[in-house]
Design a protein around this ligand. Structure first.
Ligand SMILES: [Fe+2]
Length: 345
């Protein structure tokens, strides 16, 4: 295997011109760019967005731009490796911080990419997905799967903020991203499925042969239950940190086709050094503070901060105080493609 392949400059100019005229290019000068040896060479760089820096900018957006002029009043968290304005935080994950003010509505639409929200601040916000009204409380994970109608409303008295995570970069890459709009949805007059059909882990409605099950039966994962589960795991678990994956209660599979969500708890003073994973990741801090070293770069995080790591990143977390984080990743997509990988450090 040759370390150094031939370059474009080594080729005669007339040959290069003839190739350009014919609409072709030689592979060998570019091959290492697309097939580097041993591991990918990500463009993505670790990012860190403190909530202290985002919050005033969001509130100012609330003064400057009425929701009617924005539809979704969002500040996009751009990957530092791609620069401000990049519509992605990692290779596969789009992140945006969204503000909804009391009384506002974000009109109904649906789109090919899937989305999930983690609620950051405020009470009284809600999302309606296919007619189901989902309350948005701090730390809740709320799904809006691709193709499902969704709109947002706000019945509270203070600003509501949430973090949007979408598989938008993938759909843009596929040239498959588009949206449709519609009037606000009629809401079913009943609590969401997490409060009715899927009230407890391990229980699902009994089915008859002709029963139909929604593809996404549970679209709100209340934070209080996640935290309670993590606390018990931390209390009774063996080595390592307490970690739980969000799953579809009917199938046991990931909640969305391409994006996965994993909540973790670190006790005060606890560290965690996960294996190198082939997935990129975005971490959102529900509460607590600490430090994470990503490829040698130290990120000091506090409550409601968001930070990212590229694929195969060398990551070490350390909690200064008891901390809860949600990791957003693309493991479901990579497993479907058959190449998810973990490597020991
Ligand atoms: Fe949307």
């Amino acid at each position: 295997m040759s370390e150094q392949l031939g370059t474009l400059e080594e080729l005669p100019e007339d040959y290069r011109n003839d190739m350009a005229s014919a609409g072709v290019a030689p592979l060998w000068p570019m091959m290492r760019n697309v097939l580097p040896h041993g591991a990918p060479k990500p463009v993505t760089r670790p990012g860190h967005w403190t909530y202290d820096s985002l919050r005033p900018l969001l509130l100012r957006a609330g003064e400057l731009t009425p929701v009617e002029k924005a539809e979704r009043r969002v500040l996009v968290l751009s990957d530092p490796g791609r620069g401000t304005g990049a519509m992605q935080a990692t290779s596969s994950i789009y992140l945006g911080m969204q503000l909804l003010l009391p009384g506002e509505t974000a009109p109904a639409h649906r789109h090919t990419p899937s989305a999930a929200r983690i609620i950051v601040e405020g009470e009284g916000g809600f999302t309606v997905v296919d007619g189901e009204k989902l309350p948005m409380e701090n730390g809740d994970l709320v799904l809006t799967p691709g193709g499902d109608w969704h709109d947002h409303g706000h019945e509270g008295s203070e600003p509501v903020v949430w973090l949007d995570a979408l598989d938008l970069p993938l759909f843009v890459y596929l040239e498959g991203s588009y949206a449709e709009e519609a009037p606000l949805q009629a809401q079913r007059n009943r609590p969401d499925a997490s409060e009715v059909e899927y009230r407890a882990a391990g229980l699902a409605p009994s089915r008859r042969l002709d029963s139909t099950v929604r593809r996404y039966p549970m679209m709100r994962y209340p934070w209080a239950r996640t935290e309670a589960a993590l606390r018990e795991m931390a209390r009774w678990g063996d080595d390592g940190i307490a970690e739980v994956d969000y799953i579809n209660p009917e199938t046991g599979q990931d909640v969305l086709p391409t994006m996965g969500f994993t909540a973790m708890m670190l006790e005060a003073g606890q560290s965690d050094a996960p294996p190198l994973r082939s997935t990129s990741a975005a971490f959102h801090v529900i509460k607590g503070s600490g430090k994470t070293v990503v490829n040698g770069e130290e990120i000091s995080w506090g409550p409601k901060d968001t930070f990212t790591a590229p694929v195969f990143a060398d990551i070490t977390h350390h909690a200064d105080s008891e901390a809860f984080l949600v990791r957003i990743h693309d493991r479901p997509l990579q497993e479907k493609l058959g190449y998810y990988e973990e490597r020991a450090k």
